[in-house]
Ligand binder design. Structure first.
Ligand SMILES: Cc1cc2nc3c(=O)[nH]c(=O)nc-3n(C[C@H](O)[C@H](O)[C@H](O)COP(=O)(O)OP(=O)(O)OC[C@H]3O[C@@H](n4cnc5c(N)ncnc54)[C@H](O)[C@@H]3O)c2cc1C
Length: 201
């Protein structure tokens, strides 16, 4: 394998797979990373981990997670390119995974929010009631900068592999919704707009 193929995630995929779905989109996405994304990713790296602002200036608890602004630029570019919405439009996860591969080549951490957003949208589509789907799916599938992010909060202190044994969070019906009580351990993309949460009725 040539050095050029090793340095280009799309060429590497083509070399391994023969043909790849949505090649033009992938090439454009790779070019974006080479042109702008890599430099932005370095700025985000240098800024270190996000900060938690627990209180506002009046002492009210707000728990706001602060990211460097450049983080949003990178993040939104992937959503706009279709790392989530393409799975629905194409009725296949392949393009989404290929975009994920390219993302991970340049910035593995950034693939985490995309993964959990996809893992929110797909089960919502599969198992959600019609009214919940109608309310939330369009937000997760937007193609502009107002797109919502998802999160999957399953793991608890007792473990994450066997959720049937580990989950103690309780869900109690309250009118047309559920009230949850419990504690999650590991909550990637904690600042997401929407989360799928494992709980016991
Ligand atoms: C960076 C990061 C981000 C994460 N983000 C999230 C998130 O957003 N939401 C979320 O819900 N979780 C998240 N997790 C948690 C992750 O899903 C769990 O760590 C994972 O499911 C494993 O659970 P555990 O760590 O509790 O290990 P355990 O389930 O306690 O397993 C411990 C060890 O025992 C082995 N084991 C477990 N069960 C069996 C079995 N039946 N047979 C044989 N071996 C077994 C496992 O392979 C492992 O080696 C995240 C984890 C990481 C590292």
């Amino acid at each position: 394998m040539s050095w050029e193929e090793l340095c280009s995630p799309v060429s590497f995929l083509k070399q391994k797979l023969g043909t790849v779905a949505c090649e033009q989109t992938l090439r454009a996405y790779e070019s974006y990373w080479e042109r702008e994304g890599k430099a932005i990713s370095e700025i985000v790296d240098r800024a270190g981990t996000p900060w938690l602002r627990m209180f506002d200036r009046f002492g009210r608890r707000i728990d706001e997670i602060l990211f460097p602004p450049e983080y949003w630029t990178l993040l939104r570019h992937g959503y706009q390119t279709g790392i989530v919405w393409r799975a629905f439009e194409e009725q296949s996860l392949i393009s989404s995974y290929l975009l994920g591969y390219v993302t991970s080549f340049y910035d593995p951490g950034l693939y985490c929010p995309y993964t959990v957003s996809l893992s929110t949208a797909v089960p919502l589509e599969k198992y959600g009631t019609e009214s919940v789907k109608a309310r939330f799916l369009p937000e997760l599938l937007k193609r502009d900068e107002t797109v919502w992010q998802g999160a999957t909060w399953m793991t608890e202190a007792k473990g994450g592999s066997d959720l049937g044994a580990a989950v103690e969070t309780i869900a109690r019906p309250s009118g047309d919704h559920w009230l949850l009580t419990g504690e999650k351990y590991f909550a990637s993309n904690a600042g997401a707009d929407l989360a799928v949460v494992a709980a016991r009725p």
